[in-house]
Write a protein that binds this ligand. Structure first.
Ligand SMILES: *[C@@H]1O[C@H](CO)[C@@H](O)[C@H](O)[C@H]1NC(C)=O
Ligand SMILES: *[C@@H]1O[C@H](CO)[C@@H](O)[C@H](O)[C@H]1NC(C)=O
Ligand SMILES: *[C@@H]1O[C@H](CO)[C@@H](O)[C@H](O)[C@H]1NC(C)=O
Ligand SMILES: *[C@@H]1O[C@H](CO)[C@@H](O)[C@H](O)[C@H]1NC(C)=O
Ligand SMILES: *[C@@H]1O[C@H](CO)[C@@H](O)[C@H](O)[C@H]1NC(C)=O
Ligand SMILES: *[C@@H]1O[C@H](CO)[C@@H](O)[C@H](O)[C@H]1NC(C)=O
Length: 458
């Protein structure tokens, strides 16, 4: 046991020394650079709908409850970090990569390549790791979807929020090997960040690891009262290595090319706020999540075999920082934005583009159905009606002001209509259903092999 004790002591010493040196926030580093495209890589802190419905909690009720009113692929009750960063840049939230092939004309704002649950290394959920995600963009550049000039006016955002570490622990990685593993994660991040820049993107934003010991999955042990400081030290260690890596990378490019988006400080500012800062940054029970499972094996969105929820949802997601065991609510992300210097003064989001996105994923289903039932007359009629609906939204996007976020009935009425379409689709979807059933079996298979906690990843 002695060697492990020495390693941990040394490790904590490094953390203590490093902790005194604050990681700089991104304020003012944008001066003179006005990107018009956003390319997003990473995990569920930035995913806006890439994971398949059959695998992801983000497509289950009550996800998307606040926005857009039903599950739409975001790991929150509403908007996530990506949406706020896009808004900060004054552009639309980029479409998820998965739906871009159905909307080739909608790539002007960039593309979101982030998949919930992923890490820089494989995390055991068979979704594309960071290397693969960057490869997707590289492929599009090769196919001339984006020019060198497009890339020059782009910003990249990368979120790495800890899935590598939960996978490491779940696969039996030991505490004493963790510092070495953290080092290898940051080394791989360094390679990935440099590769993104080498594709021709002049600025690369990357998150510092949030205080992982404050996530509800750990604070549940203290009835949501206490953060786990050991875990937070691990986050600090990751962040110190990351800061060193960014300094070296920037020294090599002779510019502030690589910028930290300091989630560690932002989360802490909000979570430690005892009311001295009011407004958006004040949460009465900041460590307690809104959506909580009612059994130990369930998670937010789980149903029992009779379809009854195995979770409860708080009455006001607006007043909670955390949504589920690891993800902030929309209000949480907004607070993070407001506590991050350089991401201020953002008004209500543009609902229309999100609805567009929702429609596009519906369209994706329709196109799959169309392939199977090419001759189905009734379906054809539905499809035509849908095209009209989409044209209508494009029109609104051009002519109307953004809809007030808290007054969402306008778009929601049309989304309700979509529910009928979805039901019809499901009847038609023999092909897709079979695939999804297979994926469900596959998922069950995975969870018997690896620890289930890996599937509740960030
Ligand atoms: C990422 O995934 C690809 C494809 O599965 C794999 O070949 C590669 O080794 C992975 N990269 C890392 C850094 O884990
Ligand atoms: C904090 O997390 C560590 C695992 O990293 C665990 O061993 C320890 O028991 C936790 N501490 C508390 C107080 O929950
Ligand atoms: C920065 O780069 C120069 C060479 O371009 C090198 O001499 C110097 O040691 C580097 N500094 C750091 C802190 O890496
Ligand atoms: C948005 O709508 C809510 C409720 O309808 C209202 O209280 C709020 O003032 C509106 N905000 C704006 C910016 O119009
Ligand atoms: C699940 O595992 C069973 C046997 O363990 C195997 O026959 C089946 O093909 C697996 N299904 C998938 C989708 O991997
Ligand atoms: C799975 O994770 C749980 C909770 O994190 C832990 O108690 C259990 O020992 C783990 N099982 C394996 C096989 O790693």
């Amino acid at each position: 046991m002695a060697p492990s004790h020495i390693t941990l002591t040394l490790f904590l010493f490094i953390v203590a020394v490093c902790a005194s040196e604050d990681i700089k926030v991104t304020r003012n580093t944008y001066t003179g650079f006005r990107p018009t495209k956003l390319f997003v890589f990473g995990d569920s802190y930035s995913d806006t709908g890439n994971n398949p419905k059959s695998l992801a909690s983000s497509w289950k009720t009550p996800y998307g409850f606040t926005f857009p009113g039903k599950p739409a692929g975001r790991y929150s009750d509403g908007r996530v970090l990506t949406d706020y960063v896009a808004r900060f840049m004054g552009i639309k939230s980029p479409l998820p990569y998965r739906v871009t092939k159905y909307a080739p004309s909608k790539l002007r704002a960039g593309i979101n390549f982030a998949f919930g649950g992923t890490g820089v290394f494989d995390t055991g959920n068979f979704q594309p790791n960071l290397t693969t995600q960057i490869g997707y963009l590289q492929g599009l550049i090769k196919d001339s979807v984006y020019t060198k000039r497009d890339l020059k006016s782009s910003l990249a955002m990368v979120t790495v929020s800890g899935n590598d570490y939960s996978a490491f622990t779940a696969s039996g990685g030991s505490q004493q090997n963790l510092p070495a593993f953290i080092t290898s994660v940051v080394n791989q991040m360094t390679i990935d960040l440099k590769r993104i820049h080498d594709l021709g993107i002049p600025r690369v934003l990357v998150n510092t690891l949030q205080p992982v010991g404050c996530l509800p999955q750990l604070t549940v042990l203290s009835a949501y009262q206490q953060c786990n400081q050991t875990q937070n030290s691990l986050a600090s260690f990751h962040n110190q290595l990351l800061q060193l890596a960014l300094t070296t990378l920037n020294n090599n490019t002779k510019k502030s090319t690589f910028l930290p988006l300091d989630l560690f400080t932002s989360f802490n500012t909000v979570l430690k706020n005892k009311g001295d800062i009011t407004g958006n940054l004040k949460f009465d029970t900041p460590l307690k999540p809104c959506c909580t499972a009612t059994t130990s094996t369930a998670s937010c969105g789980s149903l029992d075999e009779n379809g009854k929820p195995l979770y409860t949802v708080c009455s006001e997601p607006e007043s909670m920082f955390f949504w589920d065991t690891v993800h902030p609510t929309q209000a949480g992300w907004r607070a993070v934005r407001d506590s991050t210097d350089g991401m201020t003064d953002l008004d209500d989001m543009d609902d229309i583009e999100m609805i567009m996105q929702q429609l596009q994923s519906e369209q994706e289903q329709q196109q799959a159905a169309e392939r199977v039932h090419r001759r189905n007359y009734i379906y054809r009629e539905r499809f035509d009606a849908e095209e009209h609906l989409m044209a209508d939204y494009s029109f609104k996007t051009l002519l109307l002001k953004p809809i007030n976020m808290s007054d969402s009935t306008d778009g929601m009425t049309d989304l309700d209509d979509m529910d009928d379409t979805e039901m019809i689709m499901q009847q038609l979807h023999s092909e897709q259903e079979q695939q999804e059933a297979a994926e469900r079996v596959h998922r069950r298979n995975i969870s018997t092999i690896v620890n289930v906690s890996m599937l509740k990843n960030i």
